[in-house]
Design a protein around this ligand. Structure first.
Ligand SMILES: Cc1cc2nc3c(=O)[nH]c(=O)nc-3n(C[C@H](O)[C@H](O)[C@H](O)COP(=O)(O)OP(=O)(O)OC[C@H]3O[C@@H](n4cnc5c(N)ncnc54)[C@H](O)[C@@H]3O)c2cc1C
Length: 413
């Protein structure tokens, strides 16, 4: 392999957690390279059009902000461009930040440029060279063939724990939670009722009229600011594996389901008579797949009891939003205005010396994973992974030092 790159900290994945990790590592003094296989940043926010940044705030009337740091930089950029004024109250009573994927792509690029992060698109990590739990370099692929990237520390922010997997770190695979094909509908008249109840009524009416192929009855449609579009989250897809055959079947089914529900809404929802399908995906979205087996595992009890800890490096404020069974939203339990702490050890896979994990990959049980996977919390665990990786390059492996660095970077811990 002729092409060889290197950096102090190599981040795999440019979603919420990867962008935060890269910015944080750079802010803590490391030379950073981020590798992303998509042609843009944002992860599922842009590739799967998830409609809103969740997890920035705790729940309830006396809610408070649980995530700042790099996540706040994203909100500030959205505000400066007129895409964020204040948190929006969702149908589930949570404070969320509706996002436009096209705006998010550019904001994240601008932020990584400002943080002097080197990032490459079309760069897929396909293998890793590992000795005694130390990753020496990763093997990447683009359309010119393969190239290597050496690093002192690595961050797996790939959503699917793809780096941990190829590095043979301990991982578990779960698919209790359903994924989805998100879709964007345009041409919605002003004032149309887009509530879950209105969607359900329309689907029931279609069912009574004999429309075939309906698999879910309720969903959420979030308007995209400044447009007549809505991002729809309702289709349930199972992912028993991550192989090409499984993914192809899910993409095909998801697209057909999106076309079906668009047709139903056009016919049965007042104010959607002129609506049309703008976009599916582009990729199916996964809520659950691989996660690492960490030095510690975040549990349902930690989330439910809002457990605080001296080694906390990020705050989780989102409820346990489970999409099990038929895939429709179920809340594991009511969460008040409290948050729980996520310990650094949940980001470190057992047996690995120079790998931190972030976002959806961190060590957690089903219920805890259903809480920490949202993007607001992903920004926070990513920032922590990046800061910890940069400090480890300086020989500092002390959780208090990581916490101090995060405070310096205005993260909430
Ligand atoms: C249908 C659906 C709706 C959701 N709704 C919301 C919502 O409204 N609000 C919310 O906050 N969260 C929502 N979520 C959850 C949230 O989108 C994800 O959990 C979150 O995006 C995880 O962030 P991440 O950074 O861990 O991973 P991702 O966003 O998945 O980013 C991972 C990145 O890594 C890249 N990558 C993977 N493997 C490699 C490789 N080998 N080489 C190079 N790059 C690689 C991927 O291309 C991707 O860009 C939803 C999820 C789904 C599926």
């Amino acid at each position: 392999m002729k092409r060889q790159l290197q950096a102090d900290v190599v981040v795999v994945g440019g979603g919420a957690s990867g962008t935060a990790a890269a910015a944080a590592a750079s802010a803590a003094g490391a030379d950073v390279l981020l590798l992303e296989r998509n042609p843009y940043l944002g992860g599922q926010a842009t590739a799967s059009q998830v409609p809103a940044f969740c997890g920035f705030c705790t729940h309830g009337d006396s809610w408070k902000q649980a995530v700042r740091g790099f996540g706040q930089e994203v909100l500030d950029q959205m505000a400066a461009r007129g895409y964020f004024q204040d948190f929006t109250l969702s149908p589930s009573g949570n404070r969320i930040v509706p996002q436009d994927p096209e705006v998010t792509k550019i904001i994240l690029e601008d932020l990584l440029d400002a943080h002097q992060v080197h990032y490459l698109f079309h760069a897929e990590v396909i293998d890793a060279e590992v000795k005694n739990g130390v990753i020496g370099r990763v093997i990447c692929r683009d359309d010119e063939g393969t190239f290597t990237v050496s690093g002192r520390m690595f961050v797996d922010a790939s959503g699917e724990a793809n780096l941990a997997y190829v590095a043979k770190a301990p991982v578990e695979f779960h698919h209790e939670q359903k994924g989805s094909m998100m879709f964007r509908i345009g041409g919605i008249s002003e004032g149309a009722d887009l509530s879950p109840d209105a969607m359900q009524k329309a689907i029931q009416a279609a069912e009574q009229d004999g429309v075939q192929g309906i698999t879910v009855h309720r969903g959420v449609m979030i308007p995209v600011q400044g447009t007549r579009d809505g991002l729809v989250n309702m289709i349930a897809l199972d992912f028993p594996g991550l192989d090409a055959e499984t993914m192809t079947a899910a993409e095909k089914l998801g697209r057909r389901q999106a076309a079906l529900y668009t047709e139903i809404f056009r016919k049965y929802v007042p104010g959607m008579e002129h609506s049309y399908l703008v976009l599916t995906g582009p990729k199916v979205g996964l809520r659950e797949s691989r996660r690492i087996v960490g030095l510690e595992t975040l549990t349902r009890e930690d989330v439910k009891s809002s457990r605080k800890r001296p080694d906390g490096i990020a705050r989780g404020g989102w409820g346990a939003e489970l999409h099990v069974g038929k895939g429709e939203t179920q809340w594991g339990f009511e969460r008040g205005d409290k948050y729980f702490d996520i310990p650094l050890n949940c980001l470190i896979p057992q047996g690995m010396q120079n790998l931190f994990c972030a976002g959806r990959t961190i060590s957690s049980d089903l219920t805890a994973s259903a809480s920490i996977r949202v993007m607001g919390t992903g920004f926070a665990t990513g920032q922590a992974a990046g800061a910890a990786a940069a400090l480890a390059c300086q020989g500092i492996r002390d959780v208090d030092a990581v916490r101090a660095e995060l405070q310096k970077q205005h993260a909430l811990i």
